[in-house]
Design a protein around this ligand. Sequence first.
Ligand code: 5RP
Length: 235
Amino acid sequence: MSDTDTITLMKQAVGRVAAARVKSDSVVGLGTGSTTAYAIQYIGERLQKGEIKNIVGIPTSFQAEVLAKQYNIPLTSLDAVDHIDIAIDGADEVDPDKHMIKGGGAAHTREKVVDSLANEFIVVVDAGKLVDRLGSTFLLPVEVIPMAVSPTMRKLTALGGKPELRMGVKKAGPVVTDEGNLIIDVKFDQIENPAELEKEINNIPGVLDNGLFVGVADLVLVGEIIDGKPSVREF
Ligand code: 5RP
């Protein structure tokens, strides 16, 4: 089995277990990314089979909205509901305290709004996302309004980071978020205090939010391959 097949199997396995935790009559936060995409697919399939009913989703991105429509999951907005029962979302890095870096899909600002509001926030990752310390493998995404890019880059450098503007793939120029902003990815050699860094970066004028999610996750579902078979562990 190729590495790609193995990762897909792990993502499908966690997506399925997360989708199985969605109950009838609930408001569901729909995360962004390739792992959550499987959870959205399986929630849609459970609705279709009648295993659950009366679900409404709150999408965290245009991607989540498109997938929810594809799998016939009714959507609503935060103006129309006063709570979210459960949110399911992926992550780029998860540390032993369940603090995370998110934003690989440039959706972390909306994700943080939705995931933080949920009564239960379930994170779905494959085992490769677990790290001892945040920043080990992934750059920290920072969403910024376009006119504030240069001063924000200087401030991020002063905080000890190495910032770079995220560029599009199959599109010339920078990535533009669903909110019409830009993403600066920052390499920090060691993120020793994620809670403090999250606040410090969000204090820079022009920054909307950064990808540090501290104390937000209730449960992390980790997809692994054990004896050649996909398996899911709770963490
Ligand atoms: C998007 C995110 C994603 O949840 C994160 O990048 C993980 O994605 P994937 O499941 O494709 O690895 O934070 O902004």
